[in-house]
Ligand binder design. Structure first.
Ligand code: C2O
Ligand code: CU
Length: 428
């Protein structure tokens, strides 16, 4: 882990992440615990899972069953959401809609099959702005039945922490965080599951953005390759590696060959910041085999559009007044309305028009499904579970609602979610 504070480059020694947990056939226990994290030589009190921030990486094969028991050892309620997994509604970990908070001393058993191979993650979905910013998240990797041949499969998590004048975790949540781009940390970092490679190695990098509000713009240096998946879903046509933008919640999978030290750079400012370095020592013969697309997960293709629904993002600093009481709203309502945004018959294809009427970007996340982004001709392009809608932008997505239940749709900038930008839909 290498950290940067206010444009200054401060390299810290690489923190060892715990070994991944294999989840087939046994129950994973997830226990939130206090964790002291070293940031610039100071200990910052965070909350992770099983004594680690980020929580342990969970790995499971496609179509296997994941059993995980959440044992709440905190003095506050919590619950876990399995971001991007198309699972039964009751296992989705959403307050009010699917379960009650697991009270202190209580536990909850999550158990579901994982239908799609790809890069997913889990995180607290209760008081989530607070709990995720304190470290309650981790990777959930679903392996292909026949995974691509690589020398290393590396998970990289982008994160930031807001510290106060003393350098401690800032526990205050300022109004300015709620009404603007959110609670952006002053210390940025990337946790990598490996910091060593060789020239010529073929790497799979799974980049996840679990940060609460920050849109990470990153560049990879030292390797040549392609983007093979977005939000866990394989691209039919892998894209050449360039700058990558990850809204909170989004993932990008890259496969490429190492030419030199692999650098993960935050590239939104003029001076790129080094977030992580995977050092190349030694070499191996380069692989000749071409990098091929990952096997598709076989999600249903969109059919005839039977409903069109608008979702208008409103509020925030500089935004027009709206009918909701919070800083942010969807369609004039802040927080969960009594009636769903839409009711779908199982299998219906619905066009959703996401219109951003605010002065800030929003990362819109749909639970229980992936959706298609579309081109100007309304043809489906890529599958995602979270899409970034820039200020003033309108995006059309196509969704095949084939998973019954009450599903949340919200902005994954968790400050915005907390202050009203969330609604739900019902699939019969
Ligand atoms: Cu990743 Cu509703 O959350
Ligand atoms: Cu938002």
């Amino acid at each position: 882990m290498i950290m940067n504070r206010r444009q200054m480059l401060i390299g810290l020694s690489a923190a060892a992440l715990p070994q991944p947990i294999r989840a087939e056939g046994s129950r994973v226990i997830l226990r939130p615990t206090k964790v002291d994290m070293v940031v610039e030589g100071r200990l910052i009190e965070m909350i992770g899972f099983n004594n680690s921030v980020p929580g342990p990486e969970i790995r499971v094969g496609r179509n296997e069953t994941l059993s995980a028991r959440l044992e709440n050892t905190l003095e506050e309620g919590t619950m876990i959401h399995w971001h991007g997994i198309r699972l039964p509604n009751a296992m989705d970990g959403v307050n009010v809609l699917t379960q009650d908070a697991v009270i202190p001393g209580g536990s909850f058993d999550y158990r579901f099959a994982v239908p799609d191979a790809g890069t997913f993650w889990y995180h607290s979905h209760y008081l989530s702005l607070d709990q995720v910013s304190r470290g309650m998240f981790g990777p959930l990797i679903v392996e292909e039945l026949d995974p691509p041949e690589v020398d290393q499969d590396i998970t990289i998590q982008l994160f930031d922490i807001l510290t106060d004048a003393e350098g401690n975790f800032d526990r205050t949540f300022h109004t300015s965080h709620y009404t603007t781009e959110g609670r952006l940390g002053d210390v940025m970092m990337a946790f990598s599951s490996s910091y060593q490679t060789r020239v010529g190695e073929r790497l799979r990098l799974r980049v996840i953005n679990p940060s609460v509000d920050r849109v990470f713009k990153i560049t990879l240096q030292g390797m040549s390759g392609v983007v093979v998946a977005l939000d866990g879903m394989p691209l039919v046509a892998p894209q050449l590696l360039g700058d990558m933008v990850l809204a909170p919640g989004q993932r990008v999978d890259v496969i490429g060959d190492v030419d030199a030290d692999v650098l993960v750079l935050e590239s939104s400012s003029v001076e790129p910041l080094l977030l992580a370095k995977i050092s190349a020592t030694g070499s191996r013969d380069k692989r000749n085999a071409a990098i091929t697309p990952l096997p598709p997960n076989g999600l249903p293709q969109p059919g005839r559009i039977t409903q069109s629904v608008g979702l208008v993002m409103q509020g925030g600093a500089g935004g027009k007044p709206h009918g909701g009481f919070g800083s942010w709203a969807f369609n004039d309502v802040s927080g969960l309305p009594r009636a769903p945004l839409l009711s779908a018959q199982r299998g219906e294809t619905i066009l959703m028009q996401l219109r951003n009427d605010t002065a800030f970007p929003h990362g819109i996340h749909l639970h229980g499904h992936h959706f298609w982004e579309t081109d100007e001709r309304r043809a489906p392009t890529v599958l995602r579970d979270t899409t970034l809608v820039e200020a003033g932008e309108t995006k059309e997505i196509l969704c095949v609602f084939d998973n019954p239940g009450a599903w949340l749709i919200h902005c994954h900038m968790l400050s915005h979610q907390e202050d009203g930008m969330a609604t739900w839909l019902q699939v019969a």
